[in-house]
Ligand binder design. Sequence first.
Ligand code: FES
Length: 102
Amino acid sequence: MSDWVEVGKREEIPVLGSRIVRRKEGDIALFRTEKDEVYALDNKCPHEGGPLSEGIVHGCRITCPLHNWVMELDTGKAVAPDEGQAKTYRVKVENGIISVEL
Ligand code: FES
Protein backbone atom coordinates (compact mmCIF):
# COMPACT_ATOMS: atom_id res chain seq x y z
CA MET A 1 0.00 0.00 0.00
CA SER A 2 1.27 3.47 -0.75
CA ASP A 3 0.60 6.88 0.71
CA TRP A 4 0.94 10.41 -0.54
CA VAL A 5 3.21 12.30 1.82
CA GLU A 6 3.66 16.07 1.82
CA VAL A 7 7.34 16.89 1.60
CA GLY A 8 7.44 20.68 1.30
CA LYS A 9 6.80 23.59 -1.01
CA ARG A 10 7.91 23.88 -4.60
CA GLU A 11 9.27 27.36 -3.94
CA GLU A 12 11.71 25.86 -1.43
CA ILE A 13 13.51 24.18 -4.33
CA PRO A 14 15.54 26.53 -6.51
CA VAL A 15 14.81 26.35 -10.24
CA LEU A 16 17.27 23.80 -11.70
CA GLY A 17 18.06 22.81 -8.13
CA SER A 18 17.22 20.13 -5.65
CA ARG A 19 16.24 19.39 -2.10
CA ILE A 20 16.65 16.24 -0.03
CA VAL A 21 13.89 14.44 1.83
CA ARG A 22 15.55 12.42 4.58
CA ARG A 23 14.16 8.96 5.25
CA LYS A 24 15.51 6.04 7.18
CA GLU A 25 14.93 3.87 4.08
CA GLY A 26 17.18 6.17 2.04
CA ASP A 27 17.02 9.82 1.05
CA ILE A 28 14.89 11.06 -1.80
CA ALA A 29 16.05 13.92 -4.00
CA LEU A 30 13.47 16.37 -5.32
CA PHE A 31 14.38 18.24 -8.48
CA ARG A 32 12.78 21.30 -10.02
CA THR A 33 13.18 21.95 -13.71
CA GLU A 34 13.18 25.30 -15.45
CA LYS A 35 9.58 24.55 -16.46
CA ASP A 36 8.67 24.23 -12.76
CA GLU A 37 8.14 20.50 -12.96
CA VAL A 38 9.12 18.56 -9.84
CA TYR A 39 10.56 15.03 -9.89
CA ALA A 40 11.54 12.68 -7.10
CA LEU A 41 14.28 10.05 -7.34
CA ASP A 42 16.29 8.11 -4.83
CA ASN A 43 19.29 10.26 -3.99
CA LYS A 44 21.51 7.50 -5.24
CA CYS A 45 23.00 7.16 -8.67
CA PRO A 46 22.49 3.72 -10.27
CA HIS A 47 26.19 3.67 -11.18
CA GLU A 48 28.02 3.80 -7.84
CA GLY A 49 25.54 5.52 -5.56
CA GLY A 50 26.60 9.14 -6.10
CA PRO A 51 24.39 11.82 -4.54
CA LEU A 52 22.17 12.86 -7.43
CA SER A 53 20.95 15.89 -5.46
CA GLU A 54 24.41 17.39 -5.94
CA GLY A 55 24.26 16.95 -9.68
CA ILE A 56 23.24 19.35 -12.43
CA VAL A 57 19.66 19.60 -13.69
CA HIS A 58 19.35 20.33 -17.40
CA GLY A 59 16.12 20.00 -19.29
CA CYS A 60 14.41 16.94 -17.85
CA ARG A 61 17.69 15.25 -16.90
CA ILE A 62 20.17 15.12 -14.05
CA THR A 63 23.91 14.66 -14.45
CA CYS A 64 25.51 12.78 -11.58
CA PRO A 65 28.31 14.75 -9.87
CA LEU A 66 30.65 11.75 -9.60
CA HIS A 67 31.18 10.34 -13.08
CA ASN A 68 28.75 12.37 -15.19
CA TRP A 69 26.17 9.71 -15.95
CA VAL A 70 22.94 11.34 -17.13
CA MET A 71 19.54 10.13 -15.90
CA GLU A 72 16.07 10.98 -17.15
CA LEU A 73 14.20 12.63 -14.28
CA ASP A 74 10.84 11.12 -15.23
CA THR A 75 11.98 7.48 -15.47
CA GLY A 76 15.28 7.50 -13.56
CA LYS A 77 16.85 5.65 -16.51
CA ALA A 78 20.43 6.30 -17.47
CA VAL A 79 20.92 7.78 -20.91
CA ALA A 80 22.77 5.46 -23.33
CA PRO A 81 25.44 4.23 -23.54
CA ASP A 82 25.14 3.91 -19.75
CA GLU A 83 22.65 1.44 -18.33
CA GLY A 84 20.86 1.59 -15.03
CA GLN A 85 17.88 3.14 -13.35
CA ALA A 86 17.39 5.21 -10.25
CA LYS A 87 14.14 4.56 -8.39
CA THR A 88 11.55 7.24 -9.06
CA TYR A 89 8.49 8.33 -7.10
CA ARG A 90 5.24 9.80 -8.30
CA VAL A 91 4.92 13.49 -7.47
CA LYS A 92 2.01 15.87 -7.37
CA VAL A 93 2.04 19.59 -6.70
CA GLU A 94 -1.13 21.21 -5.42
CA ASN A 95 -1.18 24.88 -4.49
CA GLY A 96 2.60 24.78 -4.46
CA ILE A 97 2.72 21.90 -1.97
CA ILE A 98 4.67 18.85 -3.13
CA SER A 99 3.50 15.35 -2.26
CA VAL A 100 5.39 12.16 -3.05
CA GLU A 101 3.85 8.72 -3.27
CA LEU A 102 5.70 6.40 -0.91
S1 FES B 1 28.10 7.37 -9.24
FE1 FES B 1 26.92 8.52 -10.61
S2 FES B 1 28.03 8.45 -12.44
FE2 FES B 1 29.17 7.24 -11.08
